[in-house]
Design a protein around this ligand. Structure first.
Ligand code: HSE
Length: 292
């Protein structure tokens, strides 16, 4: 039997649509696997009623098939589905690492990222690895067709999750299919600034580098109360605010000393809009961890 904890993640960070991701120190999914002739799945925990136990429909079933590693797989969800915090990626990442250890397959962590991305394809309709890469590798990750670059970071973050649901499929439908040269130039500048900020653990640079005007405004429009939450977080000290992944979670970067105030301000702003929320005071954290 092998047990693996894989963290929530936040993809895009504004300027890195489908490219950037960070592992969050918390929340996390815990997946336990035992050898079996056929794959079976049980799910409990946060939002488990929305997660199918049919191996044909669950991300971890796709991972078991890709690795040819049938198992009884027990998923304990800490990351709520359709949250924008990489819920399916956390399960897929944990399952990939756990099954690799269970069957002693010896795949590299980078190879397991690609396996877990196949599980993701089942949920979003496309295999993109911007959540599974940080869920497996930890830190800040840059996923490109040429490979994955990882930067160690420990920046303070707040992820505020409203009690509303935005499906990844819906959130991908609103993404514009074209952009002007000016918008692309601005996005490249922001992405470069953010990357430098991650390398220096500098919340000002990361916050400035989160700004992006092609995808984020369309996604933000799907989240009731977003503008007020962003403004409240900034007033409380956040250096940058953006939609976490496909939403509805909202991600703020800040100094460690401002984290509590930023979290309260975001909860209060959602509350003023009539929406309950919870805020995770977190930081950029580690990837999947194996507990044998
Ligand atoms: N990059 C993806 C998106 C992450 O924003 O649609 C969500 O899975």
């Amino acid at each position: 039997m092998v047990t693996v904890r894989a963290p929530a993640t936040s993809a895009n960070l504004g300027s890195g649509f489908d490219v950037f991701g960070v592992a969050l120190d918390r929340p996390a999914d815990v997946v336990r696997v035992e050898r079996a002739d056929e794959t079976t799945i049980t799910v409990r925990g946060a939002g488990s009623e929305y997660v199918p136990e049919d191996p044909e429909k669950n991300t971890v079933g796709a991972v078991a098939r890709a690795l040819d590693a049938p198992a009884h797989i027990a998923i304990d969800k800490g990351v709520r589905p359709s949250s924008g915090l990489g819920s399916s990626a956390a399960s897929a990442a944990a399952a990939a690492v756990a099954l690799d250890a269970l069957y002693d397959l010896g795949r590299s962590r980078e190879a397991l990222v690609h396996v877990a991305a196949e599980g993701e394809a089942l949920v979003s309709g496309e295999a993109h690895a911007d959540n599974v890469a940080p869920a497996i590798l930890g830190g800040f990750t840059i996923v490109t067709p040429g490979g994955i670059t990882r930067i160690d970071a420990s920046l303070s973050l707040v992820a505020c999750l409203p009690e509303t649901v935005v499906s990844t499929r819906d959130a991908r439908r609103v993404v514009p299919r074209d952009a002007s040269l000016d918008e692309l130039v601005a996005t490249v500048g922001a992405a470069a600034t953010l990357t430098a900020g991650m390398a220096r653990d500098d919340p000002e640079l990361v916050g400035r580098g989160m700004c992006e005007e092609i995808v984020t405004p369309k996604r933000a429009a799907l989240i009731d109360g977003y503008d007020a939450v962003r403004d409240a977080a900034r007033a409380a000290g956040a250096t940058g605010v953006t939609v976490s992944g496909a939403g509805p979670a909202v991600l703020a970067v800040c100094r460690r000393a401002d984290r509590r105030a930023v979290a309260s301000a975001m909860i209060d702003a959602f509350d003023d809009a009539g929406i309950e929320s919870r805020a995770y005071q977190t930081r950029v954290g580690d990837g999947a961890v194996v507990y044998e």
